[in-house]
Structure formats: structure tokens, C-alpha cells
Design a binder for this molecule. Structure first.
Ligand code: HEM
Length: 449
């Protein structure tokens, strides 16, 4: 029986139209106004039937209390996606666009119980060893380098040229990547996110990370790779590669979107003056209203059960909408009481283990940009900005800006070359093997000038 009230109207473009079909969380209509979809989904109760991609069915928890209940009950809800019934029964095929993110890998994100504790502890202990001053210095150096590539032009797409680039360079430094390995890590991870020749990009990335692990076994240093390796969890080489790949994948995409979504907020809300003091507030408000991971935390019920008004079978895919939970009407009072009660970092045993370094990188990156380009403003009407489609991440396609040109502190690496559109550049790169002298080498050369 359909228990939905009749009043709420499906948002424009949503084929649900009260017929009982699943609400699609993909496509341009969802990307254009996800909150209209979340309002509608609330009419089902604390959880609703959705489709993540054509034919990929899931239950989405939109209510804050139900979300916390799920995230904290690891006996009833498991993370190991080898339990995913629709995938095991062939209803979802390996070529589905959601499979790369949901398919099992031997890392902490897909583990439960004692195995999860062991793998996660290695990550949290290693990330905790990052020196905050070093992290700020590295972020500032990368920020200066990236600004030097476009600052003299007086205009830039802050997404492609800054927000999405900066985390990749910072991670290369944290991991202790030498030039040739770092070039391939940047090439591989960018290609995987861009989806251009993603298979080859993944091969390059895993090959490079494998070499990094072999290198640090013989020549450990003060970096996250070596700390992970030295941890008493005693990770095997295979586990090392998967943990590092997870850190890169789980870290760089949402970090780029946190920087991008916060810059978008700062540039579109008059209330923010361009001063360092308000950046923390803008980050918090972004985490509440526009969290970089909007719908994730895939879980699989261990047994058949009733949950949040839905009948679930063991192995069904259940996700949490961090974005919808944050805007639950019932949460308004909690938001007044605590500026950080939101679920943008998730909660429970699988909550993000890196929110402190992620915040620190974001604050430094935004502060340095605004200090160097104090009159930066949007170069297009706000209404013309578009968001990348897809159910999981929330990030702009581009953030075109203009500002008074600045003389770079040091000469940019490719001063004479016009800025290529990032996607075209990556497409070109995807068809050839990355060579020595790639983006990481250029940054290292620039540092020593
Ligand atoms: C330094 C950057 C970051 C690193 C290294 C990192 C790393 C990770 C890792 C390893 C996990 C899996 C934890 C587990 O399963 O036990 C995770 C989960 C998560 N992270 Fe982060 N993260 C970073 C930045 C961010 C940012 C900027 C956001 C967005 C605000 C974010 C939101 C989340 C969320 C929501 C989860 C739970 C995902 C799920 O259960 O499916 N993270 N992160």
C-alpha cells in the first residue's frame, strides 16, 4: 500500500508523479535542485525508494534520527558490499556508473567489525601524525603555485584550476611521492575522476602507488605512506596499496568540492566579507547546506527487517542522505545549539577519520586565495552555474571568476601557454602514458626555483 500523503508534488523532471515509481537521483534535474527532491522524498517518511542510476535501486534515509540510528548500528547494517544482493543476482551489472564507487575493495570503507577496526586504526593513527604547520605550509605552497598559473590572467575557473587541483598536489606531498611516481599518481587519479579512459587511469594509479609502497619499504621517510607501513596493524603490500588509494579517492574529490562549494558560497552571499575570520563560518554553513558528499554511507542489512517505515531484505542497498538529513526540519533547533551537529562527515564507526586535516587544508587554501586575489568575483551570473550530475557528490562543473591580475611571486611553469580547459587536457593525457616532467615534477621544479 502506498502510504504517502497526496499533497507533496514531485519536483520538475521527476518521473515519480505519485505513481509509486522510484525517485531518480541522477540527471540534470536532480543536480539543478536536489533540495526539491529531498523535500519530496520526505513525504515517504524517514526513508524513501530511489534509483541511483538506471536500474540501480536503493533506499535513501532522509531523516536525521533514522540516519544516526543506521550509522551507529553496525550489527544490523554492514559495509561489506559483497552482500549487495542486486549486484550478486546480476540486476546491476559491472558497467553501471555507480559500481566503481560501490564495489568491494579490501580497505576500511568496505570492512566490518575487527577487520574494520584494524584497517581504520592504521589510517587514523597515521593521519594524526601529520604536523599541522607542515600541512599549512604545503597547502600554501601548492596554493601559491596554482595561483601563479592563472593569477596574471585576471580570470580563472576556480574549480578546474584551483579547488580540484589543490588536494591532489597536497596528497602527493603527504604521501612522500618522488617526482616520477607523483606525476603518475596525479595523472591516474585525475583520469579516474574525469571518467576519460578510466580503466587506463586506474592501472597507472595502482601501478604508481605500488611502486611508492615498494620504495618506502626500503627507504621510509616522514610521510603518511611510511607511517601506515610502520603501524602495528602490519599492513601487507596489497593492503597498503588499497588504503592509499582509498585515502586519495575518499579525500581528494570531497575536499575539492568542500573548497569549491565554500568559495561558491563566499562569492554568492553578500554577508561574507573577504576576510579570514569568516571562512570557518562559511565552511560550516557549506557543510550544513551543501555537503560535498550529499548521499553516501552505503550499508546492507544483515537480515530482513523493517526500518524507517520501509521493508528491507538482507543485502538491499541503503544509503544516507547527509544533505537531506542536515536540512531535516526537526534539526533546526540542534543547528542553533551547535554549529557542527550536521552529518556532512557522517557519524558512527565509519565517519570520516580526516575531518581536521580536511578543514585545515580548506581554510588555508581559501584564505590564501582571497588574500592574493582580494577583489575576486563571479564572472558569470550565479544562475548560469551548473552542478555535476550524479547521486553521491555535490560539486560545481565550473566556477568562472575574474579579479585584478597579480604578478606571480615566481614565474609560472607554463607561462607562455594559454590555459587549456581541464577536461580537454585530461582527455589528451588519457591517451598517452604520463611522461617524466608531468604536473608534479613541474611543481617540484617551481619550488626549487
Ligand atoms: C583529507 C581529506 C580526507 C581524507 C583523507 C578522508 C578519508 C576518509 C576515509 C578513509 C573514510 C572511510 C572511513 C571508514 O570507512 O572507516 C572517509 C569517510 C567519509 N568521509 Fe572523508 N576524507 C577526507 C575528506 C573528506 C571531506 C572534505 C568530506 C566532506 C565533508 C568527507 C566526508 C566523508 C564522509 C561523509 C565519509 C563516510 C562515507 C561513507 O560511509 O560512505 N571526507 N573519509
Amino acid at each position: 500500500m502506498d502510504a504517502r500523503p497526496s499533497a507533496p508534488v514531485p519536483p520538475p523532471g521527476c518521473p515519480a508523479h505519485g505513481s509509486g515509481s522510484r525517485v531518480p537521483l541522477y540527471g540534470p534535474e536532480f543536480a539543478a535542485d536536489p533540495h526539491a527532491y529531498y523535500s519530496y522524498l520526505r513525504s515517504y517518511g524517514p526513508a524513501a525508494p530511489v534509483e541511483l542510476a538506471p536500474g540501480v535501486e536503493a533506499t535513501l534515509v532522509t531523516d536525521y534520527t533514522a540516519a544516526l540510528q543506521l550509522l551507529q548500528d553496525s550489527a544490523s547494517f554492514r559495509k561489506d558490499s559483497r552482500r549487495w544482493r542486486a549486484f550478486n543476482e546480476g540486476h546491476v551489472t559491472p558497467d553501471s556508473p555507480v559500481v566503481p564507487l560501490l564495489a568491494y575493495r579490501p580497505n576500511c570503507m568496505f570492512s566490518d567489525g575487527a577487520e574494520h577496526l584494524r584497517l581504520r586504526q592504521a589510517v587514523t593513527d597515521s593521519m594524526a601524525r601529520i604536523d599541522q604547520r607542515r600541512l599549512s605550509r604545503t597547502t600554501e605552497q601548492v596554493s601559491n603555485y596554482l595561483i601563479a598559473q592563472f593569477g596574471y590572467r585576471g580570470s580563472a575557473d576556480l574549480l578546474g584550476s584551483y579547488a580540484r587541483q589543490l588536494p591532489l598536489f597536497v596528497f602527493n606531498e603527504l604521501f612522500g611521492c618522488p617526482a616520477d611516481i607523483g606525476d603518475r599518481v596525479l595523472f591516474g587519479i585525475s583520469g579516474m575522476f574525469d571518467g576519460v579512459n578510466a580503466e587506463k587511469a586506474a592501472e597507472v594509479l595502482f601501478g604508481a602507488v605500488g611502486e611508492l609502497v615498494a620504495l618506502k619499504r626500503t627507504r621510509p621517510a616522514e610521510d603518511v605512506t611510511s607511517w601506515l607501513m610502520q603501524h602495528h596493524a602490519k599492513l601487507t603490500d596489497e593492503e597498503m596499496v588499497h588504503q592509499l588509494a582509498l585515502l586519495l579517492a575518499a579525500g581528494t574529490e570531497p575536499l575539492g568540492n568542500l573548497i569549491g562549494n565554500t568559495l561558491h558560497r563566499l562569492l554568492t552571499h553578500d554577508a561574507y566579507a573577504h576576510t579570514g575570520g569568516l571562512i570557518d563560518d562559511a565552511i560550516d554553513e557549506t557543510l550544513w547546506e551543501n555537503p560535498p558528499m550529499s548521499n553516501l554511507a552505503p550499508h546492507y542489512p544483515a537480515v530482513d527487517m523493517d526500518f524507517a517505515g520501509q521493508r528491507l531484505q538482507a543485502g538491499d542497498l541503503v544509503l544516507v542522505s547527509f544533505a537531506a538529513a542536515n536540512s531535516s526540519p526537526a534539526l533546526a533547533a540542534a543547528r542553533q545549539a551547535s554549529s557542527r551537529a550536521h552529518l556532512a562527515w557522517s557519524a558512527g564507526p565509519h565517519a570520516c577519520p580526516s575531518k581536521d586535516p580536511a578543514r585545515q587544508i580548506s581554510v588555508t587554501a581559501i584564505e590564501n586565495l582571497l588574500n592574493q586575489l582580494p577583489d575576486i568575483q563571479l564572472a558569470v551570473p550565479e544562475e548560469s552555474l551548473t552542478w555535476r550530475p550524479g547521486p553521491f557528490n555535490r560539486g560545481l562543473s565550473a566556477l568562472p571568476t575574474r579579479f585584478t591580475p597579480v604578478e606571480p611571486a615566481r614565474r609560472p611553469a607554463q607561462h607562455a601557454r594559454p590555459e587549456p580547459p581541464v577536461r580537454a587536457e585530461q582527455a589528451a593525457q588519457a591517451n598517452r602514458t604520463p611522461e617524466r616532467g608531468g604536473r608534479w615534477s613541474q611543481f617540484l621544479n617551481w619550488l626549487t626555483k
